[in-house]
Design a protein around this ligand. Structure first.
Ligand code: BTN
Length: 252
């Protein structure tokens, strides 16, 4: 049985990281649906221990506490679910279509517009997932060093997005996508939808960089737990669950 999600939003002018605050709240017993929103993060975190620049009023910095009723090895699908929700929300609130790059990047024309950091923690009420979402809303937040590789909603739609409308659209989309994910056949459905919304799902020439290894291949869809299938030049399928995936330009 699926439960209707109800949201409670805690807003901060400045915080270390909305994911860290959501973790603290979840450990203190917060229910599913608690959201943390901040105008700025002083220690914003990205995937693979990277930092996430979060200047004041330049982006949406958002985290939500989830307590999914999914088998543990399906929890990586929460990242895919969240990416779909961001994609839905940006179409709805800003008329902007984004591409999803495995596993957690939201891009427009190969420039990064946002990202997702999903983390799992143990709490007295059981395991919880903290799903953090960062969206570059305004171009003033983009430092010169990332201007070639990053973009913002403002740059893409040539207008100032309304932060509250983006947030409200995001909450609605999360509630819908999360309900679908937890419904019968919801995992397969989420994977199909992810593939339909990502130019990285099939036949994309990519380089996969792992800790101690890197290889080139063509994407061949997702495994049932959301891992990326990549066919190497030698014709072997490798299943990627970590690491960085970058598109090889001009080779699609
Ligand atoms: C990535 O692309 O590597 C993921 C970036 C996730 C950034 C968001 S901003 C809100 C939330 N709080 C954090 O510290 N990180 C996530």
């Amino acid at each position: 049985m699926t439960r209707e999600m109800s949201f409670r939003i805690l807003r901060f002018d400045s915080i270390d990281s909305t994911n860290l605050e959501a973790m603290r709240q979840a450990r203190a017993g917060a229910r599913e649906g608690l959201c943390i929103v901040a105008r700025e993060q002083t220690a914003g975190r990205g995937r693979l221990d990277r930092s996430w620049q979060s200047p004041k009023d330049a982006g949406l910095y958002f985290s939500i506490v989830l307590r999914p009723e999914l088998k543990m090895n399906s929890w990586p699908l929460l990242t895919l679910m969240a990416a779909l929700a961001v994609s839905d929300a940006l179409v709805k609130a800003c008329g902007l279509r984004v591409d999803i790059k495995w596993p957690n990047d939201l891009c427009v024309k190969d420039r990064k517009l946002g990202g997702i950091l999903a983390e799992t923690i143990d709490t007295e009420k059981g395991s919880a997932a903290i799903v953090g979402i960062g969206i570059n809303l305004f171009s003033h937040g983009l430092r010169d060093t990332i201007r070639d590789t990053a973009t913002s909603v403002e740059s893409e739609i040539a207008a100032e997005p309304d932060v509250e409308s983006v947030l409200q659209a995001l909450l609605k989309a999360i509630s819908e996508r999360y309900e679908v994910l937890q419904s019968p056949k919801g995992e397969e459905h989420t994977i199909r939808e992810w593939c339909a919304n990502s130019s990285f799902a099939f036949d994309r020439q990519v380089r996969v960089s792992l800790d101690s290894d890197s290889f080139v291949g063509a994407t061949r869809g997702l495994e049932s737990d959301g891992a990326l299938r990549v066919e190497t030049e030698a014709g072997r399928i490798r299943v990627v669950r970590a690491g960085d995936v970058t598109a090889l330009r001009g080779m699609k």
